[in-house]
Design a protein around this ligand. Structure first.
Ligand SMILES: *Cc1c(COP(=O)(O)O)cnc(C)c1O
Length: 341
């Protein structure tokens, strides 16, 4: 298979249509068999549930070329499981068992020429989603849906490597207690766009959201979970029902315990504890880990000891171990790597 003629080392994190995408339709109470198609445009009625009442959920995962030339996906079963949970919460019909993995596999295989080569730093980003395609005007779940999976080659999320970022404590909330913060739905992003853009206009890279009930506990950012390292080398990650359960974060916890021998605490984290941590990072599929160098709370600067130049040593070890596993350089825990080609 001949690779596409792209400048692999200089890809941005932007959408580029590839040759094939997968689509399955839900109608009359059931999903059809699904198929690969070449058309990237979707024709929908103006009254489709996705347009009117934002009935849509999504996932994000990547395909990698490993050192020995295979194309693999990282823990797609975790994304499959999470999508089912998101769908249930928005009254979207769940997929038949195995359908998610089958669709991802088909899309990656069909677009193998678009999977960036090993060593380029780039990956194939895969975006599965389900949306209400049937017409609804009275507020109700749609009666028809589309499950789609497309893929697009992307460069590293942060172009200039993992330079520490500056974040601010947001005055707006991302998620309510007992709300939808723990599902992967576009609606959680639509309502955080304003505070994200406001943060950018004020010179910050991201928002840190606190728990909306008491504003005392750290939750997450708009699209990534937090990891903290204590002075004595423990990994701490915030626990809350309104945090999206990041697969990267759950994988890092296992890497920390099983590969690096670190003690891990997954618990509520008070904002006032922040100054005690020696390393802070954001984690998610897109960037894996982005180190945080500074947190600004209404003008008060909290400087993370690792500074603004590079990742802290423990964060770096976590990053290198997890990316080493994903690229096939380090042996993975059982079931983490699904070989596609
Ligand atoms: C997707 C997402 C994450 C990161 O999850 P991963 O599974 O690690 O990619 C974190 N927070 C939010 C709000 C998200 O939507």
């Amino acid at each position: 298979m001949e690779k596409k003629n792209l400048d692999w080392g200089n890809l941005g994190f932007t959408y580029m249509p590839t040759d094939y995408r997968y689509v399955s339709h839900y109608k009359d109470g059931q999903w059809d068999d699904g198929e690969l198609v070449t058309e990237e445009k979707i024709v929908l009625n103006e009254c489709a549930g996705v347009f009117q009442y934002a009935q849509t959920v999504f996932e994000g995962l990547k395909a990698y070329t490993t050192e020995d030339g295979h194309i693999v996906c990282f823990r797609p079963n975790m994304n499959a499981e999470r999508l089912q949970g998101s769908a249930e919460k928005l009254e979207i019909p769940t997929l038949p068992e195995g359908r998610f993995e089958e669709a991802v596999e088909k899309v990656v295989k069909a677009n193998a020429a678009w999977v960036p080569p090993y060593g380029s730093g780039a990956t194939l980003y895969i975006r599965p989603f389900i949306m209400g395609s049937g017409s609804v005007i009275g507020v109700a779940p749609s009666d028809e849906y589309q499950f789609r999976v497309f893929a697009t080659p992307v460069g590293p999320y942060f172009k200039d490597g993992a330079k520490p970022i500056t974040i601010r404590v947001s005055d707006e909330d991302r998620a309510a207690p007992h709300g939808t913060g723990n599902i992967k739905a576009g609606l959680n992003y639509a309502m955080s766009l304003h505070s994200t853009m406001d943060a950018h206009r004020e010179g910050f890279d991201e928002n840190m959201y606190l728990d909306s009930a008491t504003r005392t506990y750290i939750e997450e950012t708009g699209g990534a979970n937090f990891i903290f390292i204590t002075k004595d080398g423990k990994l701490v990650t915030p626990k809350s029902d309104s945090i999206l359960p990041s697969i990267t974060r759950r994988s890092l916890i296992q890497v920390a315990e099983e590969y690096l021998g670190l003690t891990v605490e997954h618990r509520k984290v008070k904002f006032s504890e922040l100054e005690d941590f020696v390393e802070v990072g954001l984690c998610g599929t897109a960037a894996v880990i982005s180190p945080v160098g500074k947190v600004v709370d209404h003008g008060r600067e909290i400087l993370i000891p690792t500074g603004m130049e590079e990742m802290g040593p423990v964060t770096r070890k976590l990053y290198e171990t997890l990316t080493g596993i994903q690229m096939g350089k380090i042996e993975a825990p059982k079931g983490w790597i699904k070989t596609i080609v």
